[in-house]
Design a protein around this ligand. Structure first.
Ligand SMILES: C[S@@+](CC[C@H](N)C(=O)[O-])C[C@H]1O[C@@H](n2cnc3c(N)ncnc32)[C@H](O)[C@@H]1O
Length: 285
């Protein structure tokens, strides 16, 4: 497979950008100390942090987990193709910067926000092994078909699918994860981070979810059990990210994990990410 310069595709495109209303990608950018945001986004973040001050540390921790996992999969598990779903605005380091330190990995960035696509195309044009797709995770089969039709992804080989803090925006996250799981071969990995409501006050959760409603979308902060359910069909070892200064004070936490597809396509119990050898030899139970 030859290295490819950036290719761009548009499908499942939502309505055009509205620069006067906050949106999830720019809110996330501001939470991560980025510069690609507007006054309306900063106002929304101020309101969010009033309800849940831990949100900015959680955004950073989720992002760090994603990049750490991507690096680990490239460096120690030989995965050389990555699909970053709900990639967001470029935050340094980006997935391709992390994984291409370990070899000529192919990285596909996918987001449904046209503003994100414009930024990513402007920044990534001409980079080898990098693709930008504009697509909606609520239509996963369409997305998978488009990815498969290019050199970006070969689903007959192990692939890493990254879902960094995007599933809270999907009403049916299991449908999206299942569609990808069905085309992920043994040795593939799912990397996921999701806000959890289990240790938070219900009123505060409602307040955060309601504030996000100003983006025109819906945010769902789920329970640990609901998030764990998303790993059905994967072997995974979850980690709770708790940045609360006082664990006795209720607050939002994060739920992160790497899920592995094992031979036979079924899950098996795992306490840690297996080594390449373990993964290849693993038999489904
Ligand atoms: C909180 S940001 C996360 C960005 C990045 N993954 C990270 O971990 O830093 C969520 C991203 O998901 C994108 N998103 C939300 N709903 C989506 C959908 N239905 N399809 C594709 N992308 C979506 C948003 O546009 C936004 O860029």
């Amino acid at each position: 497979m030859t290295e490819s310069a950036l290719a761009s595709f548009s499908f499942g495109r939502p309505a055009g950008p509205d620069l006067n209303s906050p949106n999830p990608a720019r809110i996330s950018d501001y939470l991560l100390n980025g510069k690609d945001n507007f006054e309306c986004d900063r106002r929304a973040v101020t309101e969010l942090l009033r309800a849940a001050p831990e949100l900015s540390s959680l955004a950073r921790a989720g992002r760090d987990f994603l990049m750490r996992s991507a690096g680990l999969l490239a460096a120690e598990h030989g995965i050389d193709q990555f699909i970053d779903l709900g990639a967001g605005l470029p935050a340094s380091p980006c997935t391709h910067e992390v994984v291409r330190e370990h070899g000529p990995c192919r990285v596909s960035y996918v987001d449904h926000d046209p503003v994100v696509s414009v930024h990513n195309r402007a920044l990534l044009t001409g980079r080898p092994g990098v693709w930008v797709f504009e697509g909606d995770l609520r239509s996963p089969e369409l997305l998978i078909a488009r990815l498969s039709a290019t050199e970006a992804v070969d689903f007959s080989r192990p692939v890493a699918v990254l879902l960094g803090d995007v599933l809270p925006y999907l009403p049916e996250p299991a449908q999206t994860v299942r569609a990808f799981r069905n085309v992920m071969t043994a040795g593939s990995a799912l990397v996921l981070s999701h806000l959890s409501r289990d240790r938070a006050d219900p009123g505060m959760v409602a307040s955060v979810e309601n504030t996000y409603a100003c983006t025109g979308g819906r945010l769902s902060i789920r329970t640990d059990a609901q998030i764990a359910e998303l790993f059905t069909g994967f072997a995974h070892a979850p980690e709770i990210v708790d940045v609360r200064p006082d664990p006795d004070v209720p607050g939002l936490t994060g739920y992160t994990g790497i899920g592995w597809r094992v031979r036979g396509g079924q899950a098996r119990a795992a306490t840690a990410a297996p080594t390449t050898g373990q993964r290849e030899n693993a038999s489904a139970t």
